[in-house]
Ligand binder design. Structure first.
Ligand code: IMP
Ligand code: MG
Length: 192
């Protein structure tokens, strides 16, 4: 088995192999912001029956909290699965579609839910895919946005936190597939 050693150095520091991560956005702050986003989305979609499309793997934790912050509307959930990062801290720039949605989204209100937008390549790819199916409306929600890095030709409708250019893990986000289960978000203590 591939042994990746991770050590919890203190309550707010984690080491994975040579890399040290420090707590950056705490659990309470994330939960508060997710509830705010849920309320905002709920108000915007009142009277509609949208379909939320998560981008696997990273977004599943955020999506699961987000939908439970919404009570006043009926909604559906589906997923695309993309691969771009491989096992690295910097995107390969190559996007592969590993799984498509099953739902018919023609004439539906679609909300794409992402964990993090870095270069924006993944969302550009997903937007193109979704528009082929003629949805009634299309909006984007991301928990995190690396503002200085993202190069987007369209607006993001809901953004949880705007963060600097740094590598982050936890709350669904992984490093070498690990640490998605952390309740807080941690950032790498070094420049990329
Ligand atoms: P983009 O295509 O460059 O915008 O990258 C988006 C995808 O890369 C996200 O959905 C994440 O899965 C992954 N990603 C980007 N930045 C990070 C990071 O800091 N930590 C972990 N995964 C990341
Ligand atoms: Mg993702």
């Amino acid at each position: 088995m591939d042994e990746k050693q991770s050590v919890h150095l203190s309550t707010n520091m984690i080491r994975i192999e040579q890399d040290e991560f420090r707590e950056f956005i705490g659990e309470a702050q994330i939960q508060k912001r997710v509830r705010e986003l849920g309320t905002e989305i709920e108000q915007d979609y009142l009277g509609s029956h949208p379909i939320f499309i998560g981008i696997l793997n990273g977004s599943f934790v955020f999506l699961s909290d987000l939908i439970r912050a919404i009570e006043a509307i009926d909604l559906e959930v589906d997923f695309y699965k993309l691969s771009s990062y491989g096992n690295e801290k910097i995107s390969s720039g190559q996007i592969r579609l590993l799984k498509s949605i099953d739902a018919n989204i023609e004439n539906r209100d679609v909300l794409v839910v992402e964990d993090i937008v870095d270069s924006g390549l993944s969302l550009h790819y997903i937007r193109k895919e979704i528009l082929k199916h003629n949805p009634k409306s299309l909006r984007f929600c991301t928990l995190l946005l690396k503002e200085e890095v993202a190069n987007l030709e369209f607006e993001l409708d809901y953004v949880g936190f705007r963060i600097p250019k740094q590598f982050v893990i936890g709350y669904g986000l992984d490093y070498k597939q690990l640490k998605r289960n952390l309740k807080s978000i941690y950032s790498l203590n070094q420049e990329l």
